[in-house]
Design a protein around this ligand. Structure first.
Ligand code: SAH
Ligand code: SF4
Length: 382
């Protein structure tokens, strides 16, 4: 989020940045933690509500700072507890955030960009092209808004949001600095106190930025693979032409080993009927991933108008899963909750402003909301 004239938006500042801010206005650094708790734990956007901040400082803050999240255009709560927000960002576009409760877990799916430049052939966001990067305040603002909807919840008590996945609109590694800052806030005790294992960045494979990531943060990593060979992946995920599979998997393995613990890469694989769901694809995938400790999440394709793709049959999905499972992989299928477990996921609708702002186009975003992971138990391979 950009600043109003002369005012610093405190919402997107990491702890270090917040301390620098207080330095810059001639105040003590400990104020950073105090103010961050008000913002992130209690969802406060009014300095007057900060009862442990003296009146003089509150007035000073009001004059030079603000706490401003993206504008909530709509909030929907479904009967199964799923929540969806459409928020308008500074560029005028709308992006979506989805909360998915599942047992003791509550996963928030967060957007990083309005639109996406990478143009994966089966992705509705990609079909809209790129509009804008979200600011750090707009990325963390989605967590802030969602958290507030559950009431004021300090980080010390059971939280509604236990996991965050950067799997909404956009390629998070192409909005690197803002996404890193927001993910630090997700994990910071002064922010949302979420464990690094429960914050996941999903990427289509921007290799140089995966390499850079390890220098900045230790969140979990998910790779959108979608094809077991370069020829097919070049068609589905065009960035593969620049960063082919061998290079990509090596970069992911390096990132995971830099974490220095037993954490495994998540492989996302959207199943497209007759395109990447055949026996030979599973065979190739088993070979491709044999040296990469990972768990595999199969995502049956979510159709959208004029996509040109279809979702495979339940049998084809099951066959693909079984094949990988028999090779020793831990495989889950993401599917719709509350209905037959093999039902297709629905879709969300956001609105992305044309870059020229002359027109608005509806975009469909994958609905991660009503999804549950159906786990086919398997002995971990690695
Ligand atoms: N840009 C990042 C993160 C956002 S997309 C990435 O590509 O990883 C989150 C996941 O949804 C990705 O694995 C993406 O490939 C997948 N996806 C996109 N469109 C889809 C669709 N129509 N059906 C099913 N999965 C889709
Ligand atoms: Fe962008 Fe991810 Fe969609 Fe590809 S799948 S176009 S990287 S949002």
């Amino acid at each position: 989020m950009t600043e109003s004239i002369g005012k610093t938006n405190l919402l997107g500042l990491t702890q270090l940045e917040m301390e620098k801010f207080f330095d810059s206005i001639g105040e003590k650094r400990f104020r950073a933690g105090q103010v961050m708790k008000w913002i992130h734990h209690y969802g406060v956007d009014d300095f007057d509500a900060m009862s442990n901040v003296g009146k003089a400082l509150r007035e000073k803050l009001k004059a030079c700072a603000e706490i401003r999240g993206p504008e909530v255009v709509s909030e929907d709560i479904s009967s199964d507890g799923t929540r969806k927000w459409v928020v308008r960002v500074e560029s005028g576009s709308c992006v979506e955030t989805v909360y998915i409760p599942q047992g003791k877990r509550g996963t928030l799916c967060v957007s990083s960009q309005a639109g996406c430049a990478l143009d994966c052939s089966f992705c509705s966001t990609g079909k809209q092209g790129f509009n804008s990067n979200l600011t750090a305040a707009e990325v963390i603002g989605q967590v802030w808004i969602a958290n507030k909807s559950f009431g004021s919840v300090p980080a010390t008590v059971d939280r509604a949001i236990t996991n965050v996945v950067m799997m909404g609109m956009g390629e998070p590694l192409l909005n690197f600095d803002n996404v890193i800052a927001a993910m630090h806030l997700m994990m910071d005790d002064m922010g949302y106190g979420i464990s690094k294992r429960r914050v996941t960045l999903s990427t289509s494979g921007v290799v140089p930025m995966i390499d850079e990531l390890a220098k900045h943060i230790d969140v979990s990593l998910a790779l959108s693979l979608h094809a077991p060979n370069d020829a097919l992946r070049n068609q589905l995920v065009p960035i593969n032409k620049k960063y082919p599979l061998k290079m990509l998997l090596e970069s992911c393995r390096n990132y995971m080993s830099a974490l220095g613990e037993k954490r495994v890469l998540t492989i996302e694989y959207t199943l497209l009927k007759d395109i990447n769901d055949k026996v030979e694809h599973a065979v190739e995938m088993i070979e491709l991933l044999k040296d990469t400790p990972c768990k595999i999440n199969l995502i049956p394709f979510n159709p959208f108008p004029h996509s040109g793709y279809e979702r495979p049959s339940n049998n084809a999905i099951r066959r693909f899963q079984d094949q990988l499972h028999q090779a020793g992989f831990n495989v889950t299928v993401r599917t719709t909750r509350g209905e037959d477990i093999d039902a297709a996921c629905g879709q969300l609708v956001g609105q992305v402003m044309d870059r020229t702002r002359r027109s608005e186009r509806y975009i469909a975003v994958r609905e991660l909301s009503a999804e549950a992971d159906v786990v086919q138990s398997a002995a971990p391979r690695n």
